[in-house]
Write a protein that binds this ligand. Structure first.
Ligand SMILES: *Cc1c(COP(=O)(O)O)cnc(C)c1O
Length: 242
């Protein structure tokens, strides 16, 4: 196959995949007794070149998610972002905060009080308020970033005092090796945390976004109450890391 026909084939598959996943998200919503509009589909674009991301945007993708600050900033100028929002979904180091504040509309991966405070500080300096989600380590894994379920409420209260940020909800990545049943239980536990914290009516905290579900489990996440699913592989194919 020539390089050009390979490219066309890949662009077409991004288009087909995106449309199919968009439909499936809507169908999963209806099966859960919800409406398709309640769930946002994020195209996760780590390692994906701008030309393919732009094809997804041309098909109606209105939200992309990137994991790394440097990668996002280097691709950003090549992206058709006038019709599409971008979120940061990967672990953020405090020394990178200054570069990303104001560049994305939501930072989903806030996993420490220290990080939240630095986002607040940089936001105040730039005269903006940054929307954030708290990342929850729902499986209590040692190797994973995020707040433990038992501490999320207390940390939300502490972080809510910080100027320059607004907590808009919760995000999670369940354990990779969990069974479907276990994953569904983790998602239900997230939903319960989301509701419980919302009911506390903490000043400056609104539980409006529940970000959970990826290529392998977005249907289960939607059934459990997700409002935002983050899908990479099922849209762009498997990732090549260099
Ligand atoms: C890579 C990634 C995704 C997408 O995963 P897929 O299995 O490729 O759909 C979702 N969320 C986060 C935080 C990720 O890092």
């Amino acid at each position: 196959m020539t390089e050009q026909s390979f490219m066309i084939e890949k662009l077409n598959s991004v288009e087909e995949n995106f449309k199919r996943i968009k439909n499936e998200v809507g169908e999963a919503a209806v099966r859960a007794g919800r409406s398709a509009e309640e769930i946002r589909l994020m195209a996760v674009t780590k390692t994906v070149e701008p030309v393919f991301i732009n094809r997804a945007i041309a098909c109606g993708a209105d939200l992309i998610g990137e994991n790394r600050v440097q990668e996002f900033l280097s691709k950003k100028d090549g992206l058709d972002l006038d019709r599409c929002e971008a979120h940061l979904i990967g672990h953020l180091q405090t020394n990178k905060v200054r570069q990303i504040v104001g560049e994305v509309s939501l930072i989903q991966s806030v996993d420490s009080v220290k990080l939240a405070k630095e986002i607040g500080r940089c936001s105040v300096n730039k005269n903006i308020v940054s929307d954030i989600l708290l990342e929850v380590n729902i499986g209590g894994e040692d190797s994973k970033f995020g707040f433990l379920p038992s501490e999320v409420y207390e940390k939300a209260c502490e972080i809510s005092e910080t100027e320059g940020i607004k907590i808009c909800g919760l995000m999670t990545v369940p354990p990779f090796d969990a069974t479907k049943e276990q994953t569904s239980t983790f998602f239900s536990n997230m939903r319960q945390l989301f509701i419980d914290i919302g009911e506390k009516k903490i000043h400056n905290v609104s539980m409006s976004v529940l970000s959970m579900g990826m290529s392998g489990d977005y249907r289960e996440a939607i059934a459990a109450g997700s409002t935002l699913v983050r899908v990479g592989t099922a849209i762009f194919g498997s990732r090549q890391y260099n």
